[in-house]
Design a binder for this molecule. Structure first.
Ligand code: NA7
Length: 545
C-alpha cells in the first residue's frame, strides 16, 4: 500500500506546479521523505488547469523557467512568450529530467490540514480519503486556484455552452463560426478575445474596466538564437534576483519629472518597442507613486493604443481620455492583436458602465438597455479569489483550532508572506503578503522555496520539532505590507491586488510592494540572524534555534 509507506512523511507538498516541483527537488536532494498531493491529473499547476483558447504566459523566455542547472540546457522553446500548451510540454520535460511524477499523487485534493501539537505533525486529509501525517506542510497552491464566477441572474437558464476560463474543458470548445460572448477583460479575457475575434461568426465583449494592455511583441524563437541565449541564462537568473520585479531589467533610476519630455519619450519608445513588461517594469521609478507622473505614462499609452482603433467611440471606451485608475494599478495584460480585433465588423464592444448586464437568458445575455445579445458560447473571464482564496478554501487549522479563514476574517496576518502564527511547520509559496503580483513567478518561487528548504534543513539538523512565528513579527510584517508606499497608486483601483474584485472581501493591500530584491534581503537576513521573529519548540527565546 503506497499510502501506508507515506503515512509519516517529513514533508508534504500540496500542488505540482513550479513551486511544488522546486520543493520536491530540493527536499529530496537533502534526503528527507517528501511527496506531492496534486488535485489535477498532471503536472503544471495553473498551466495544466488553464486551457482556454489563447492562454499563455506574460513573462518572456528566458525568465519563465526553472533556474536549476539540469533544466535549462536542452529544452527548446518555441516562442518568446510560451503558450500554456508549450508550458505543459515543458513540465513533461521536467519530469523526464527529474523523475517528478513518481513522487506525486495526482487527482488527490487536500481538503483539510489540522496541526496536532502533541506530536508536532499535520494531519492532512484528502477528498479521496487519504490521511497522512507530515512534519512539514508546504502549500504550493498558487495565487489563482479559486476561480470567481459572479452570480449572474439566470446563468443556469443559458442553453448554449458556458465556462469560466479556469475550467475550460481539456477537449476544447469550438469557437469557429459561433456567436461568442466574453465577460471580463483581464489577462484571461484579453487572450480569449484575441483568439475568438478572427474565428467567431460574432464576438460580443462585455467590458467593465478597460485593460491598459501592452504590446507583447511575440517572437518565434529560432534554435540558433536559443543556443546563444542559453549562455546568458546564468547571469539572467542571477540578475533577476537583484531587481524589483524579478526580471533581468529594472526601473529607470530617475523620477519622471527629472527627465526632459524628450528623454521620456525616447525612453518610452524604446521600452515600448522591446515589448512586454519592459514598459512598466523599466519605467521611471516614481510612476506608481506619483499621480501626475502616472498620468504622463497613461497619456503615452493612450495615444499609442488609440492609433490602432478606427472608431472614435471605441477609442474612448478602450482607451478613455481620463484613465479609470492609475496605469499599473490593475495588472496590464500583454496583447498581440487585441485592439485590432475591435476594428472587425463581427465584433461588438459593450461598455458595462453605460449599460450593465441585467441577466443571462436561455439565448444569451441581456443588458439594461433591453438588448438581448444572442450567444452560442459564453466565456466568463471573471478572475479569481486571488492570493487568499487558494488557502482559505482548504480547512487548515492551527494549534488553537482556529482555521486560516477565521484567522483572516478581519484582515490578513502572515509573517513574511510564508508563515502564520499558530500554524507551525506550515509554509506557503507564491501567495499573499509576498511580492507575488509584482514578481516574475519562477524568480519569486525559487527565492521563497530556498528560504523554506533552508528552514526545514535547519530544523532537521538541529532536531527542532516545530517553528512558530511570533504574533509581534506577524503584526510587524502586516504593517510593512500595508504601509510600504513603493507602489502607493495600486491601492487606487478595485483590483485583485487589494481583494476588491470579490464582493464582501476585505479591501487591503495583499502584496509586499517593496520589490523582489528587497524581499530577498529581508527574508535572508531573518534566517541569517537565527530566525528572528520565530521561535522553535523547546526554546524559550524567540529567534534562538
Ligand atoms: P482578472 O484580472 O481579475 O479579470 C477579471 C475580469 O472580469 C475583469 O475585467 C473584471 O472587471 C471582470 N468582471 C468581474 N466580475 C464582473 C462582473 N460581475 N461583471 C462584469 N465584469 C466582471 O482575472 P483574469 O483571469 O483575467 O486574470 C487573473 C490573473 O491571473 C492575472 O492577472 C494573471 O496574473 C494571472 P473589473 O476590472 O473588475 O471592472
Amino acid at each position: 500500500n503506497p499510502l501506508h509507506s507515506i503515512n509519516e512523511l517529513d514533508v508534504l507538498v500540496v500542488g505540482a506546479g513550479f513551486s511544488g516541483i522546486y520543493q520536491l527537488y530540493h527536499i529530496r536532494k537533502l534526503g528527507y521523505s517528501v511527496k506531492i498531493f496534486e488535485a489535477a491529473s498532471d503536472l503544471g499547476g495553473v498551466w495544466f488547469n488553464n486551457n482556454y483558447p489563447g492562454c499563455r504566459v506574460d513573462s518572456d523566455h528566458p525568465h519563465y523557467q526553472f533556474s536549476l542547472p539540469e533544466l535549462w540546457g536542452d529544452f527548446t522553446w518555441k516562442e518568446r512568450y510560451p503558450s500554456a500548451r508549450e508550458l505543459r510540454d515543458y513540465f513533461q520535460y521536467v519530469d523526464r529530467k527529474l523523475d517528478v511524477k513518481n513522487d506525486v499523487f495526482f487527482d488527490t485534493r487536500v481538503v483539510a490540514a489540522h496541526f496536532d501539537e502533541a506530536i508536532s505533525r499535520w494531519i492532512v486529509t484528502t477528498e479521496q480519503g487519504h490521511v497522512v501525517r507530515p512534519r512539514f506542510l508546504v502549500l504550493c497552491v498558487g495565487f489563482a486556484s479559486k476561480s470567481y464566477t459572479p452570480q449572474f441572474k439566470g446563468l443556469e437558464k443559458f442553453k448554449g455552452i458556458w465556462y469560466h476560463t479556469a475550467h475550460w474543458p481539456k477537449d476544447d470548445v469550438e469557437l469557429t463560426n459561433k456567436r461568442v460572448g466574453v465577460i471580463g477583460t483581464g489577462a484571461s479575457g484579453v487572450q480569449v478575445i484575441q483568439e475568438a475575434g478572427p474565428i467567431a461568426s460574432h464576438l460580443t465583449v462585455f467590458q467593465r474596466t478597460p485593460n491598459m494592455a501592452l504590446p507583447m511583441r511575440q517572437k518565434v524563437l529560432e534554435s540558433k538564437m536559443q543556443e546563444e541565449q542559453r549562455m546568458l541564462n546564468p547571469s539572467i537568473f542571477r540578475r533577476s534576483r537583484q531587481t524589483g520585479g524579478g526580471f533581468s531589467f529594472e526601473r529607470y533610476p530617475k523620477s519622471l519629472f527629472s527627465a526632459t519630455p524628450e528623454e521620456r519619450l525616447l525612453y518610452w519608445e524604446d521600452t515600448w518597442a522591446q515589448g512586454g513588461f519592459h514598459f512598466t517594469a523599466s519605467n521611471f521609478n516614481d510612476f506608481l507613486m506619483d499621480e501626475a507622473a502616472n498620468r504622463e505614462v497613461y497619456s503615452f499609452w493612450r495615444d499609442k493604443v488609440r492609433n490602432r482603433i478606427l472608431d472614435p467611440k471605441l477609442q474612448e471606451i478602450l482607451a478613455p481620455t481620463v484613465p479609470p485608475h492609475p496605469l499599473g494599478a490593475k495588472r496590464c495584460s500583454l496583447e498581440q492583436s487585441y485592439y485590432e480585433v475591435f476594428n472587425q465588423p463581427n465584433v461588438t464592444l459593450i461598455d458595462l458602465n453605460q449599460t450593465d448586464i441585467s441577466e443571462v437568458t436561455s439565448k444569451g445575455v441581456t443588458t439594461t438597455n433591453g438588448i438581448e445579445h444572442e450567444l452560442d458560447v459564453l466565456v466568463l473571464a471573471t478572475g479569481f479569489d486571488s492570493l487568499t482564496g487558494s488557502l482559505t478554501q482548504i480547512d487548515i487549522r492551527g494549534v488553537d483550532g482556529i482555521s486560516i479563514s477565521e484567522k483572516w476574517a478581519n484582515g490578513v496576518y502572515t509573517n513574511l508572506g510564508m508563515t502564520c502564527t499558530n500554524f507551525p511547520n506550515m509554509f506557503f509559496i507564491y501567495g499573499v503578503q509576498a511580492p507575488t503580483a509584482f514578481a516574475n513567478g519562477p524568480t519569486l518561487i525559487e527565492i521563497q522555496g530556498d528560504w523554506v528548504v533552508r528552514c526545514i534543513k535547519h530544523m532537521m539538523e538541529n532536531d527542532l520539532k516545530a517553528i512558530y512565528a511570533t504574533p509581534e513579527a506577524e503584526a510587524e510584517w502586516r504593517g510593512l505590507v500595508i504601509n510600504t508606499g513603493y507602489r502607493a497608486l495600486i491601492n487606487r483601483a478595485k483590483s485583485w491586488y487589494v481583494g476588491a474584485n470579490i464582493p464582501g472581501k476585505i479591501v487591503e493591500p495583499l502584496n509586499y510592494t517593496g520589490g523582489v530584491n528587497k524581499y530577498l534581503e529581508i527574508i535572508e537576513g531573518i534566517a541569517d540572524r537565527g530566525y528572528e521573529g520565530f521561535y522553535f519548540n523547546g526554546c524559550s527565546s524567540p529567534g534562538k534555534g
